[in-house]
Design a protein around this ligand. Structure first.
Ligand SMILES: [Ca+2]
Ligand SMILES: [Ca+2]
Length: 214
């Protein structure tokens, strides 16, 4: 009886040893090498130019490197038939009947530009040639500042608010004839005269000159 018990106890010890219930579990931290996500598959092959139709425009010439669009480029404001000089664009707009300087000013603004602002001798020479002797309104006035005996250069401002720096007055002008000449215009050779808002018997406008800065 005691022998049987001893054998049973020994068998139990063997079973316990073989079961090995206290063996420390293998933790992931002890696994050799980090577990990483499977590598992303290689990018799908891009479509060949032949398979991808051009989105717009003519296809690039073979070997040509497509240049990216310039995001800062502003769409042109000037009409297609305006004339360019040093990055500015000009158009002589003729009219029949009476048109006031204010109407001319508004028309240029409505067209996306402004009555011409002449800032250099080069620009003056250009517009004189463009006008070809036509009597045109230009973009300056002294109507806000003028008085009967105050019509000097220092009272004139351009439509953008800047004071005169360069001037191209005709000899004897401005003279504020009749105390009502508060608007800038051109004479035969493109030189400047001060005129009445709709012209008068001495000077009648036949056009105005619009300018666009792009
Ligand atoms: Ca100008
Ligand atoms: Ca005058």
């Amino acid at each position: 009886m005691q022998i049987h018990l001893a054998i049973a106890a020994a068998s139990l010890l063997i079973l316990v040893a073989c079961g090995d219930p206290v063996q420390p579990p293998v933790t992931p931290a002890t696994q050799p090498g980090p577990v990483t996500a499977p590598a992303a598959p290689a990018a799908a092959p891009t479509a060949t130019p032949a398979a991808a139709p051009a989105a717009a425009g003519a296809p690039a010439a073979p070997g040509a490197v497509a240049s990216p669009a310039t995001p800062t480029a502003k769409p042109a404001a000037h009409p297609a038939d305006a004339v360019e000089f040093k990055g500015h664009w000009y158009q002589v707009v003729a009219f029949n009947g009476s048109t006031s300087w204010h109407q001319a000013k508004e028309a240029c603004v409505k067209a996306g530009g402004h009555l011409a602002i002449i800032e250099t001798a080069e620009e003056q020479a250009f517009i004189a040639k463009l006008l070809g002797g036509k009597y045109a309104f230009l973009g300056a006035t002294n109507e806000k500042k003028a008085t009967a005996d105050n019509f000097g250069d220092d009272t004139w401002t351009w439509v953008d608010g800047k004071p005169f720096k360069y001037t191209s007055w005709m000899s004897g002008q401005p003279n504020n004839y009749g105390s009502s000449e508060n608007f800038l215009a051109t004479y035969d050779g493109g030189e400047w005269v001060d005129v009445a808002v709709e012209g008068d018997s001495f000077w009648m406008p036949t056009c105005y000159l619009c300018e666009w800065d792009n």
